[in-house]
Design a protein around this ligand. Structure first.
Ligand code: GLC
Ligand code: GLC
Length: 655
């Protein structure tokens, strides 16, 4: 859009660019800057327009984008252009991801590189390598407390190791996802050190206060994120002699985005990692980016404007790079991280589908799909060119983040239902075979979340300890059932390393004083590659899980209607144990797949006449794309199928 104020500012800025920048070939850069500058200017002005140094900061912003554009490697620029021409590339069903810690997966980045064949064996073509930037030895929050945004943690490897890994991944067509921890730094980061030494410029990078007055006012409306280990949202820093805002752990200092210098620094870091070859950047804790007194300091309007600005700027320098929003918040809030008042995503293209994840865990515990159906019915529709990251487990705890109104509609009382889930997963409920641990227990309000590996949460640990074959089978079926839903739902399925092998809880974290108080470490496994060989040995647990997932992934990639174009319709059926939805083609209406998942351990019937516009079909005409065979009919009734306990179908009309 052409608009005079921003245009004349842009002219001014371009005239003032340092000569070493203006001498370069910036053709593509100028085209994109011209296209995006109106948006960039209006966002930057809304956030920082009141400041005397606004113009100088705007110049710095453009210089930062230009400088990073100049250092963008040619082959990445080429990829940018390819992706611009094929801008829906990431919505394809051919993408399947896995998140992993390089240390736990294979020791370090070189180890990951040696195991790239493993990804291909399973069918993984997106690898999210969890934080690898430099962080303190002890207080690191698993790498989410960064002390240097441009160096790697030597335990993970060197920048050369990363470059070699990124190259090999590219050669194998595996996308690289890296984290940029945008919300906070470690208290050992240079900026924090300078702030501690009394430098006011760097104190303004954070929220620091001389007295408790302002922190106390903030606290009135801010919830606690880690109430057990790090209560409150502020920490007294002895050396600085001031309070500093620390929403997560007391060693993670929240960055102050109301200071444009912080925004520009972080944008520079985002572009730096884009230039190191990351295809996708996971922006951590984005719901927290903007703090406003009197609010929860989550999901603020300005947090969205900040992300939009990051996106618009990244599109100028590295348009092929996508953002993942890590915003584990209520569904109505979550959806806004794609952007608001827009048709096409304008913030982050990808967001964690935390609602779906939590609902799946509800279905496993209750053994029915009542709340799952209710929650999915109310899941807002995404924008175009936006997609979910669908996952069962990740490195974090499971929060029971569904709406109370949905719990009520499903026929439960919210408080007691949440208590049931916590008790169930921590093994405190009669007959529960789950072996999870509580996380983030809040004594003040009774809240808690859940830690535990997928296999341990679905009863595999219990079953193996008891040497109980039937329970073992049920646990394996549940693992597969959960994956069948994330692979078909629409979006990028993100597996969590170890789950494909049935990794159980790893209690060794309790011996490490830096980890002992954080139960999330229980589900951050260290892969035993000797034992992983069992995936090739018929009859083993590893084989049953791995080989089935491998097949499911391969089949998913063949099913075009599994690509994510908001082409899913929930089908409300009368049987409460079943979760049923349709995936359809927008171009070829005849192409559609009926996904059916049974959360009960007993076989359940699905009556096609209750299955929306599938009524009139006969099951004998349908084929399950996963197994290649027809589903079992109920007493030869052509319109009623039997879904085995913990079974799933991907049904399609025979052609
Ligand atoms: C392929 C590549 C991906 C590229 C896209 C562009 O899927 O793997 O890197 O950006 O095509 O069309
Ligand atoms: C994100 C990470 C989590 C971390 C937190 C603070 O939520 O996923 O592991 O503790 O941010 O950085």
């Amino acid at each position: 859009m052409y608009e005079q104020v921003s245009h004349s500012l842009l002219n001014d800025i371009l005239n003032n660019l340092k000569t070493e920048i203006s001498k370069q070939d910036l053709r593509h850069f100028y085209t994109r800057l011209g296209a995006n500058f109106y948006a960039i200017h209006s966002l930057f002005e809304r956030l920082y327009g009141h400041r005397d140094d606004f113009k100088a900061q705007a110049l710095r912003l453009v210089e930062t984008m230009a400088r990073q554009y100049i250092s963008r490697p040619d082959r990445l620029e080429q990829l940018d252009i390819e992706r611009e021409n094929d801008h829906n590339w990431f919505l394809s069903q051919k993408w399947v991801g896995m998140a992993l810690y390089s240390q736990g997966f294979a020791g370090n980045l070189n180890g990951v590189r040696e195991h790239l064949g493993y990804f291909q064996e399973l069918g993984i073509n997106i690898a999210h390598i969890m934080p690898i930037m430099r962080c303190p030895e002890g207080h690191s929050d698993g790498g989410y407390a960064v002390s240097d945004f441009r160096e790697l943690d030597p335990r993970a490897g060197s920048l050369e190791d990363l470059a070699a890994l990124a190259n090999d991944m590219r050669a194998r067509d595996i996308l690289l996802v890296l984290d940029v921890v945008v919300n906070h730094t470690s208290n050992e980061h240079e900026w924090a050190q300078r702030a501690r030494a009394g430098d006011p410029v760097y104190q303004d990078y954070y929220y620091t206060f001389e007295t408790r007055d302002v922190p106390d006012m903030y606290e009135q409306s801010m919830p606690e994120i880690f109430p057990g280990t790090s209560p409150g949202n502020f920490t007294w820093d002895e050396q600085m002699g001031r309070w500093v805002m620390t929403v997560f752990n007391n060693y993670q200092w929240d960055l102050n985005y109301s200071n444009p210098a912080v925004f520009i620094e972080m944008l520079d870091i985002i572009l730096y990692w884009a230039n190191k070859g990351a295809d996708i950047l996971r922006l951590d804790a984005v719901a927290f980016l903007w703090k406003k007194m009197g609010s929860t300091c989550q999901n603020e309007r300005e947090a969205h404007l900040t992300l939009q600005l990051m996106k618009d700027c990244c599109q100028v320098t590295a348009p092929g790079v996508l953002f993942i929003a890590e915003a584990i918040v209520a569904p109505v809030e979550m959806i806004k991280y794609f952007g608001e008042d827009a048709v096409i995503a304008k913030e982050c293209e990808i967001a964690y589908n935390a609602t779906f994840m939590a609902l799946l865990w509800d279905a496993v515990a209750t053994k029915n799909a009542k709340l799952l159906n209710q929650g999915i019915k109310n899941l807002p529709v995404k924008l175009e060119r936006a997609t979910w990251l669908n996952y069962v487990r990740c490195h974090d705890d499971i929060g029971l983040g569904f709406d109370d109104s949905d719990i009520l509609s499903a026929g439960y009382e919210p408080a007691s239902h949440r208590k049931f889930l916590i008790d169930y997963y921590t093994g405190n409920f009669a007959d529960s075979r789950a072996r999870g641990l509580p996380f983030g227990q809040n004594e003040k309000n009774g809240d808690a979340r859940i830690s535990g590996s997928l296999a341990s949460l679905v009863g595999l640990q219990y079953a193996l300890q008891e040497s109980d074959p039937k329970t073992t089978e049920e646990a394996i079926e549940t693992i597969l059932l959960l994956h069948s839903t994330i692979l078909s739902f629409g979006g990028i399925p993100l597996l969590y390393y170890g789950d494909e092998l049935g990794e159980l809880n790893n209690m060794s974290y309790q011996d490490d004083p830096n980890k002992a108080s954080d139960s999330r470490w229980v589900h951050r496994p260290v892969i035993d590659w000797g034992k992983a060989e069992n995936r090739n040995v018929r009859g083993t647990v590893e084989y049953k899980i791995f080989s089935t997932l491998k097949r499911m992934i391969a089949v998913r990639k063949e099913i075009e209607v599994f690509a994510d174009f908001n082409n899913r319709e929930l089908i409300e059926v009368t049987n409460p144990y079943l979760f049923v939805f349709e995936r359809y083609s927008l171009i070829k209406p005849a192409e559609r797949v009926l996904v059916v998942a049974n959360f009960d351990s007993q076989p359940q019937q699905l009556d096609l006449s209750s299955a929306g516009n599938w009524a009139g079909n006969q099951f004998s005409e349908l084929v399950d794309l996963y197994s290649g065979s027809s589903p079992d009919l109920f007493e030869d009734a052509e319109d009623t199928v039997v879904v085995p306990g913990h079974g799933f179908y991907w049904l399609s009309e025979r052609v």
